[in-house]
Design a protein around this ligand. Structure first.
Ligand code: FAD
Length: 320
């Protein structure tokens, strides 16, 4: 199996692409955003930087530990307290490190899949042509949140029944910058009452600017679910009010709100990945094993292993 398309350049897609490319497969990664890393995200606002998605990650498995050792030597990853690792200077840094040497096409949203006799033809929304998609692929791997994977697979008449049970909770995130330090703990604060469930000062993470004070605050699942359809600009004031209830009077000179629709997996599929060896389509992501960067990585590696195992196999169905 030579040409493999991987849709999504989050941790799962990059882990799969890396492993397959290292085994000599011709991998092409298609990513709808400008950046890499998916929900391991860093938002830039002029000179301000916010890790507005995943706050940190763990590396308990041997395979991710091996990557982390290399990243630590390069300064791409550092510890932020026990069992907590962060990308440096932002959470996307490990994704960019993994992407080195891979063929990645950004600003490329795949809208539907077509299974032709000669292989998988991928289609994008109207816009500039992506030359990488001119020829069909031997296999296609979906490394995107389960609800999006279900929709995309359905365009080719493919069903992944194991994904039907997956549930995500949304998260609404406030990013705010202040011209004075806030009185907050040095690692992170997890309020037990009110809309906010997590508050972190970026300056306490290694490799960040210490001034100005930039804060990322995630609303809890319940509040986020209630407000997920409210326009982002209307959510700033209630979230700032909730922050003031904790830190006292504080007026940011900059704030913005991001609504993550598929933030955290509440119910996972409970299988490392999905791979249909006959149709040569597979799927990986955090939805497989749980709501963590490391779970997404493990799922990507499991899918790569399933593809490698089935190389040369013409028939049958396998699950990774
Ligand atoms: P994603 O990171 O979502 O990657 C999917 C990629 O596919 C994205 O880049 C997307 O743009 C792209 N894509 C989607 N559709 C298409 C398409 N049609 N065509 C092309 N590209 C497409 N985890 C932790 O371990 N620790 C934490 O502290 C933590 N905190 C979190 C806080 C928040 C607010 C959120 C949102 C998540 C948090 N997580 C945390 C969870 C963690 O970020 C995710 O589990 C993990 O990053 C998921 O990786 P993934 O590769 O499965 O998916």
């Amino acid at each position: 199996m030579n040409r493999i398309a991987i849709i999504g350049a989050g941790m799962a897609g990059l882990a799969a692409a890396r492993r397959l490319a290292d085994q000599g497969h011709d991998c092409t990664v298609l990513e709808k955003s400008r950046g890499l890393g998916g929900r391991m995200a860093t938002r830039h606002a002029d000179a301000l930087r916010f890790d507005h998605g995943a706050q940190y990650f763990t590396a308990r498995g041997e395979s991710l530990k091996a990557y982390v050792r290399g990243w630590q030597q390069e300064g791409v990853v550092a510890e932020w307290g026990p069992d907590r690792l962060v990308g440096c200077p932002g959470m996307t840094a490990p994704a960019w490190a993994m992407a080195r040497g891979l063929s990645i096409h950004r600003n490329c949203r795949i809208t539907h899949l077509e299974h032709r006799p000669e292989g998988w033809q991928l289609h994008t929304e109207p816009g500039p042509d992506h030359e990488a998609l001119a020829k069909p692929f031997d296999a296609v791997l979906l490394a995107i949140p389960a609800p999006q994977a279900i929709t995309l697979a359905a365009t080719a008449g493919i069903e992944f029944p194991a994904m039907a049970q997956v549930r995500y909770a949304p998260t609404i995130t406030l990013m705010a910058a202040f011209d004075h330090p806030l009185s907050l703990p040095d690692v992170a604060f997890e309020p037990t009452e009110g809309p906010l469930a997590w508050i972190a000062r970026n300056a306490t993470k290694p490799g960040r600017d210490t001034e100005p004070e930039t804060v990322v605050a995630h609303a809890g699942s319940e509040w986020s679910r209630t407000h997920v359809d409210t326009p982002a600009e209307e959510l700033g004031e209630p979230l700032l009010e909730a922050l003031r209830a904790i830190v006292g009077k504080a007026q940011p000179f900059h704030w913005q709100v991001h609504r993550w629709l598929y933030a955290r997996v509440e119910q996972a599929a409970g299988t490392p990945c999905l791979w249909d060896a006959q149709q040569r389509i597979g799927a990986c992501g955090d939805w497989a094993l749980g709501a963590r960067v490391e779970a997404a990585f493990d799922s990507g590696e499991a899918l790569a292993a399933a593809v490698i195992r089935s190389t040369g196999v013409d028939q049958g169905q396998a699950k990774g």
